[in-house]
Design a protein around this ligand. Structure first.
Ligand code: ATP
Ligand code: MG
Length: 148
């Protein structure tokens, strides 16, 4: 019982998106396969076509960046897959599996290297810290009881 409680305490949840470019290219199944092979547990998942307003709210931290308008337009070009992923050290682990923001700079074997086309059309999103994970999970899954 003590060991179980200890392991549970290391668990963390992150927020992930399979972006519209990857859904459009029919890479959803292969990306989810990689997520499960890596040991994440999917606690929530939704296929959803974001409005520009929803994308703008989600990426509000980037609103002064030169690519903000292009990014939020891209994110609403088609449905994406929204997910809550759980594992030990989930935030860092999911960013490692995704690879660098720019697919051209991403390591071999990462999702962005394999499925990303450009720095903007880079297949996946992942929270970068506990506070952004909490904001992003709450933004898209408000009031949800995560499945166990
Ligand atoms: P994400 O937040 O999507 O997980 P990230 O943390 O690796 O990616 P950020 O710097 O937070 O990258 O940028 C958010 C998103 O904005 C990127 O994933 C990408 O789609 C887009 N983006 C980032 N830099 C550029 C750029 N220079 N030109 C166009 N789009 C960009
Ligand atoms: Mg980011």
């Amino acid at each position: 019982a003590h060991l179980l409680a200890y392991n549970r305490s290391l668990m963390e949840m992150t927020f992930a998106i399979i972006k519209p470019d990857a859904v459009r290219a029919r890479h959803t199944g292969r990306i989810i396969e990689r997520i499960e092979e890596a040991g994440f547990t999917i606690r929530a998942m939704q296929l959803r076509h974001l409005t520009v307003k929803e994308a703008e709210g989600f990426y509000a931290v980037h609103k002064e960046r030169p690519f903000f308008a292009s990014l939020t337009t891209f994110m609403s070009t088609g449905p994406c897959i929204l997910m809550a992923l759980e594992s030990e050290d989930a935030i860092k682990k999911w960013r490692g599996l995704m690879g660098a923001t720019d697919p051209a700079k991403a390591d071999a074997g990462t999702l962005r290297k394999e499925f990303g086309a450009s720095i903007e059309n880079n297949a996946t999103h992942g929270s970068d810290a506990p506070d952004t994970a909490a904001f992003e999970l709450g933004y898209f899954f408000p009031g949800i009881q995560f499945a166990r």
